[in-house]
Write a protein that binds this ligand. Structure first.
Ligand code: SF4
Length: 246
């Protein structure tokens, strides 16, 4: 490694540590339990495909996943299909204990076909890492699978048309905890009209699965200097970790 590369690496490390300090992370957490459920890992299944989708232990389940992804990629059930480069189904570990659900793909996600890869996505990745997981160990998806024009908030009819896909993903993954990122995901999962400030930090429930609502990473990006918001998000994630460890 030459001098320039070393300096760049140090700069990246410093940025990351500053972010963790702002979050209020006192230490980097290592989850006590494996990131996948014991009964699934015991099946000897292929667990991870970086940047793609991991297979399940059961052929039927794997086929169902493939059918679901194909259906999403070809979907024209709402007008959003007209403006997309490609649909963004979601990615990660199909046997994950922890699932993150956001709102909809943005420009970077629409171009790459992967969820949370822009600035907000990089921030989410750091939060996941601070929790002791890698991106490939959790599952990341959005309520809406195609990018709304100019990243506007999805309309209720679009949420209604698209939400069966997320519902099926949740049914197939059966995560132990879901983190709802922002208002659209929280409204859909908790069916509540309360504000994010009222809801965040307290577990709700979706299909019997605990749901922790917290601020969307893009809100953190927009309020970059606001350490209080970062700390609130980290407090929420600590509760999630506590539940996963219990
Ligand atoms: S947003 Fe969802 S419902 Fe609308 S076209 Fe895309 S995949 Fe289909």
């Amino acid at each position: 490694m030459n001098e320039k590369e070393r300096a760049e690496r140090l700069q990246k490390l410093q940025t990351r540590l500053e972010f963790y300090r702002d979050l209020g992370v006192e230490f980097l957490v290592s989850p006590r339990k494996p990131a996948v459920r014991r009964e699934d890992s015991a099946a000897g299944a292929p667990l991870l495909i970086a940047g793609g989708y991991s297979g399940g232990p059961d052929l039927d389940v794997r086929e169902e996943w493939e059918r679901l992804i194909r259906k999403i990629m070809a979907c024209q059930a709402c007008p959003l299909f007209k403006g997309r480069t490609q649909a963004v189904p979601g990615e990660g570990n199909r046997q994950a204990r922890l699932m993150f659900v956001g709102e909809a793909p943005g420009r970077d996600e629409d171009l790459q076909g992967r969820p949370f890869v822009g600035r907000a996505g990089q921030l989410l990745t750091r939060i996941i890492q601070a929790m002791g997981f890698s991106r490939e160990e959790v599952y990341i998806a959005n309520v809406i699978k195609c990018r709304p024009p100019e990243n506007r908030t999805p309309r209720p009819d679009e949420v209604k048309a698209c939400s069966p896909y997320l519902l099926r993903q949740v049914e197939l993954i059966r995560p132990e905890v879901i983190v709802a990122l922002g208002k659209v995901a929280t409204d859909f999962l908790l069916q509540s009209s309360k504000s994010m400030s009222e809801l965040r930090g307290n577990f709700g429930e979706f299909q019997g699965i605990p749901v922790m609502p917290t601020f969307h990473p893009s809100y953190l990006v927009r309020n970059e200097g606001n350490k209080e918001i970062k700390k609130m998000v980290w407090e929420d994630m600590k509760k999630v970790l506590q539940l996963l460890k219990s």
